[in-house]
Design a protein around this ligand. Structure first.
Ligand SMILES: CC(C)(COP(=O)(O)OP(=O)(O)OC[C@H]1O[C@@H](n2cnc3c(N)ncnc32)[C@H](O)[C@@H]1OP(=O)(O)O)[C@@H](O)C(=O)NCCC(=O)NCCS
Length: 235
């Protein structure tokens, strides 16, 4: 994580595992982030109440927080399916045989005043290190298709956009991003570069078995797609 140091010079940053004793801090940060989101962005997160957070930690879930001094300014929650029938909302999960080898990042939140300082990158790297240490190589995230600040970080960390689902309850288009840390995808030039807003083309490419494995900055950011086998993507 040495290359991230430059972003933290003005912060006195420390990382900690979260457990049920941190629920009040989690609820505080969640409220700040939710209240700050524009109306059309509110569905980017699924706020959890005290009961859900208690159940999360009591059923083997984990979490990580980044603190600036005493203030928690960023957090993640890590859900690890305990049995082969487990579900996570509308997310497309690996098949039953692999499910208990999976780890789903949820509640990735950074305080609005501290965005763009690679704190999400730090949390995603921490999650990957942790999930390897507990032998759960399948890493998964569910992200709104318009939420570039989030899926950009996951693509940078080797997860691929593997499918699209529409969540009728929250009326939002979502990507499932997935990576197998034991089989990293190959870094290569994408076969197709598609505007991030051209969801119809993206859905067609995904239906053809292509995966989104890279992205390009610009006035209109683009997502790079290639056939799954060309980048070595698979379960
Ligand atoms: C998503 C979120 C966690 C990102 O946190 P962060 O600490 O600001 O993220 P980082 O600084 O680590 O990285 C952000 C990436 O998005 C890119 N990015 C950010 N805004 C962008 C924009 N408008 N256009 C293009 N790229 C953008 C940055 O360039 C960076 O990518 P890079 O490191 O490859 O350059 C934060 O924005 C947040 O809390 N959002 C609200 C809650 C939410 O949506 N959570 C995710 C739910 S899945």
């Amino acid at each position: 994580m040495n290359d991230l140091t430059q972003y933290f010079t003005s912060l006195s940053l420390s990382a900690a595992s979260l457990d049920a004793t941190h629920i009040a801090d989690i609820l505080d940060l969640q409220k700040i982030v939710y209240d700050d989101l524009a109306q059309n962005e509110k569905a980017y997160i699924v706020p959890k109440d005290f009961g859900k957070l208690t159940r999360h930690f009591n059923s083997g879930g984990a979490g990580f927080g980044l603190h600036n001094g005493a203030q928690m300014i960023a957090q993640s929650l890590i859900y690890m399916p305990q049995d082969s029938e487990a579900k996570s909302g509308v997310m497309i999960m690996p098949p039953s045989s692999e499910k208990t080898k999976s780890s789903v990042i949820q509640g990735l939140l950074v305080h609005p005043h501290f965005r763009g300082k690679k704190l999400a990158h730090t949390l995603v790297q921490t999650w990957k290190d942790y999930t390897i240490s507990v032998d759960k190589p399948h890493v998964l995230a569910e992200v709104a298709t318009e939420n570039i600040q989030s899926w950009a970080v996951f693509l940078d960390h080797g997860l691929s956009i593997s499918c699209h689902v529409y969540d009728p309850e929250d009326q939002i288009d979502l990507y499932t991003l997935h990576g197998n840390l034991h089989h990293p995808i190959k870094s290569c030039a994408p076969m197709h570069l598609v505007s991030m807003h051209d969801l119809e083309t993206i859905k067609k490419l995904l239906a053809q078995g292509q995966v989104g494995h890279t992205w390009q900055k610009g006035a209109v950011p683009h997502i790079g797609f290639s056939p799954a086998e060309a980048v070595g993507y698979g379960l």
